[in-house]
Design a protein around this ligand. Sequence first.
Ligand code: NCD
Length: 336
Amino acid sequence: MPSAAPRTATGVNPMKRHLISAADLTRDDALLVLDTAEELARLADRPIKKLPTLRGRTVVNLFFEDSTRTRISFEAAAKRLSADVINFSAKGSSVSKGESLKDTALTLEAMGADAVVIRHHSSGAPHRLATSGWIGGSVVNAGDGTHEHPTQALLDAFTMRRHLSGPGRDLAGRRVTIVGDVLHSRVARSNVHLLGTLGAQVTLVAPPTLLPVGVETWPCEVSYDLDGVLAKSDAVMMLRVQSERMNAAFFPTEREYSRRYGLDGTRMAAMPEHAIVMHPGPMNRGMEITAEVADSPRCTVVEQVANGVSIRMSVLYLLLGGSESAISAVRPEEGR
Ligand code: NCD
């Protein structure tokens, strides 16, 4: 495959050509994405939020699964970089007539897609797209089955850095607790990889039935006792119970689940004063999180959405050709 990987001013390849898994990111890759996102986030404070960086490039959002924030976030990110955006959702397309991923990919290639952002119900679909030779552009995984969701982990790390990090925005030693349906969560898997790379200490808390086989080999701790870990957490990330992926009963009742693994006001009060509550959305209020916690100023859910746009701008910029500082590369008259 042709190598169109962007290079930094120092000549170091900043990222691979595709972003499939948070596990593929080195510490330097991850820091480059986070730092570039910081730079790009400053744009959000300008009256005109647009940069001409990706003018003439085409980004396709290829969504085979429902999504609200991830799809509009990628769309906003691409548009703020002046790329042309094509939104493709499987519902209402020829995919519902049985068209294969291959034929869909060949169609996108014929349209000249420079990047394909894909969300798919099958784990491994983005990897297949990136390695098949069907398309020449970059592939970005926007969530594949229960496997990975790397831009979510990056935006979560970005949010944690803004609230928790010390000098140099370092997350090393920070304690992050991830609670709930880990088994079905691509968000948890990507976060465990990325936070491990960044030196944070992760503890997963879930009922034994909602932990994946082999979790003991992951670079994290596991606990079944939420109350035992809250006081030691700098961030508590609540996961949605993903009923749409459940083909069996994983816990007795919703009430029982909330009682043992839900975050309510009393539990939140047991967290250190500086600690934040995170959630990737969509939230099931009353299930894994009470409305009181979801609406509290300690909950960063809305901020995570805003940060997602900066992270996705950074990823698209770095994959599609950023070779200098994201903003200083812009001529002043274009940046206004
Ligand atoms: C997550 C996802 O789709 O994996 N949501 C998201 O991308 N913001 C988590 C979820 O659906 O619960």
